[in-house]
Design a protein around this ligand. Structure first.
Ligand code: COA
Length: 253
């Protein structure tokens, strides 16, 4: 397995499980483009590595991720397919091997939308999630405008995506996109046990089953990600959104 090109993304292989850890605790694991690039590269390499059966994404204790680094939004970048965050979205959306998430603490923005692509999600009872796109003057990304209504239904998706309020891991489980909520001391071990369990099963059987479960998703997912990115890039440039980003960053000074 390759080594991570970014110091805030750790790669580790553990008995057939590729563990991708987000590790930037002083910034609440906010994701820079360099971190997205390392995440995309890690997922793609693990997907092609014959010794790896399962991909597990996690953060640090009490923090999965606070989402995209807001500094990045201030630059109002283009959202082309070569952009690392877009590469990451596609890598997780189209991974052939099962992807598991172990979520402790906050999972904000892409911290929540990436979970919709995971095959199994385990969360700590103190975890909270948030899709704050409208609070920021933005719109859904990473295919969430397709997946969330599919998983939870129109009104619940609207609740989470339009109001943008924090919600608990328990609520995410009730809504159907977290498998289990566990004590803070045990969620990681639980996720790892499930990963090792999956890693011991016949790989072709597991991957074929995953492909069948997701067989109708590829075309709508690609179209959705592209459509969302067009709107996201447009909204990023709006004076309203830029004022919100500046207010967040200035508060910190
Ligand atoms: N982008 C950039 N920096 C971030 C960040 C983000 N998404 N989230 C946290 N940080 C930074 C803070 O600016 C702060 O930096 P500083 O120590 O240099 O001032 C540091 O991480 C700690 O964050 P802080 O806000 O002091 O911690 P908190 O526990 O009070 O609040 C959050 C944590 C995550 C609730 C709050 O930081 C927040 O709302 N972040 C923005 C989340 C967001 O909008 N993400 C984009 C989603 S699309």
């Amino acid at each position: 397995m390759i080594t991570s090109p970014d110091p805030h993304i750790n790669y580790q292989v553990n008995h057939g499980v590729f563990v991708l850890q987000i590790n930037r605790p002083d910034k609440k694991n906010a994701l820079t483009q360099s971190m997205y690039a390392a995440m995309a590269e890690g997922i793609k390499s693990a997907d092609q590595d014959g010794d790896i059966r399962v991909i597990l994404i996690t953060g640090v204790e009490n923090c999965f991720t606070s989402g995209n680094d807001v500094n990045d939004f201030v630059k109002a970048p283009e959202m082309g397919t070569e952009r690392p965050s877009v590469q990451f979205m596609k890598a997780i959306a189209f991974a052939n091997k099962p992807v598991i998430a172990a979520v402790g603490g906050m999972a904000i923005g892409i911290g929540t939308t990436m979970l919709l692509h995971c095959d199994l999600v385990y969360a700590s009872e103190d975890a909270f999630l948030q899709l704050p796109f409208t609070n920021l003057g933005l719109c859904p990304e990473a295919g969430s405008s397709l997946l969330l209504p599919q998983i939870v239904g129109h009104q619940r998706a609207s609740e989470l995506l339009l109001l943008g309020e924090r919600f608990s891991a328990q609520k995410a489980m009730d809504y159907g996109f977290v498998n289990d909520v566990l004590p803070a001391a045990g969620y990681m071990e639980h996720a790892m046990n499930k990963a090792h369990h999956l890693a011991k099963l016949p790989a072709d059987s597991v991957q074929t089953s995953k492909a069948l479960i997701k067989r109708n998703q590829a075309t709508p997912m690609n179209e959705t990600i592209q459509g969302e990115l067009l709107q996201f890039a447009r909204l990023l440039q709006s004076p309203e959104a830029q004022a919100i980003f500046q207010a967040f960053l200035n508060k910190k000074k």
